[in-house]
Design a protein around this ligand. Structure first.
Ligand code: COA
Length: 226
């Protein structure tokens, strides 16, 4: 998807992103993955593909979580200085997602958006980016497991043509909850692509019209933060 003019950018996840990804992970899942698991995925697992979403520009003062984030970043910065660790500039992750590509099937392993940034199209943008990447890599189908109680995620997947095709009883050990198995049609089929292209165009329009920042809200640069 052409991201020009959109308020978010999508990039491959890097090792330096793991700490911030873990902040979102811990608040998003009852049984979060560990930082070590993410490092394994990025460094060792040749099947895995992980993406992150960032804001196109520094956070605005009016945006959700800005002050809390600013305080946290200052604290982290002070800690880094005292430990003489170099800060990675501009780290600011709003969401992430990943999949394993195995025998033509893109198995979505995770997707999460920072809680205060939900319902702004970021989850959808990440899903679009993953499905596009899967096709580029020769993927033919996408599949995933989702908790039966996770109505938000099921709605996102349903919007993008994932159909419920099965159930894994007590799949999630923390609460003994069942998983629904959801899959798409063939990703390159006309049936899938016609809906996909329409949804992408609608998403693009929504992101540009509803979620683009007003110029006066934008901070000039991160260095303006006292
Ligand atoms: C699922 C999740 C990634 C969605 O991210 P998001 O950025 O809020 O979603 P978007 O704003 O892009 O919404 C896209 C679509 O998802 C669905 N959706 C998202 N949140 C929803 C909610 N609270 N209730 C119902 N549908 C919802 C809708 O279909 C929506 O389309 P619409 O805007 O046309 O109604 C986010 O809720 C999240 O991080 N949840 C915690 C982690 C998680 O459960 N991950 C899924 C694991 S299987």
């Amino acid at each position: 998807m052409n991201l020009n003019g959109l308020p978010y950018v999508i990039e491959p996840m890097q090792l330096r992103d793991v700490a911030e990804v873990m902040e979102i992970e811990r608040l998003s899942f009852p049984t979060p993955w560990s930082a070590r698991a993410y490092r394994y995925e990025l460094q060792e697992n040749n099947l895995s593909h992980y993406l992150i979403a960032r804001p196109q520009r520094p956070l605005s003062k009016k945006e959700p979580g800005f002050l809390a984030r600013l305080r946290r970043e200052r604290l982290v910065e002070r800690l880094r200085r005292s430990l003489r660790v170099t800060a990675s500039p501009g780290v600011n992750i709003l969401g992430y997602g990943g999949f394993w590509l195995m025998a033509g099937e893109a198995h979505i392993s995770t997707i999460a958006v920072r809680a205060e940034w939900r319902r702004r199209g970021i989850g959808e943008l990440l899903l679009v980016a993953m499905l596009e990447r899967a096709v580029e890599l020769g993927g033919d189908l996408a599949a995933l497991e989702v908790r039966v109680s996770n109505v938000a995620a099921q709605s996102l997947y349903g919007k993008y043509g994932f159909a419920k095709v099965g159930r894994r009883p007590r799949y999630y050990s923390d609460r003994g909850e069942d998983a629904l198995i959801m899959t798409t049609k063939h990703l390159t089929s006309a049936a899938f692509q016609s809906g996909f292209q329409r949804l992408k165009a609608e998403l693009r329009q929504k992101l540009v019209e509803r979620f683009s920042p007003q110029p006066q809200e934008v901070l000039d640069s991160p260095s303006t933060i006292p």
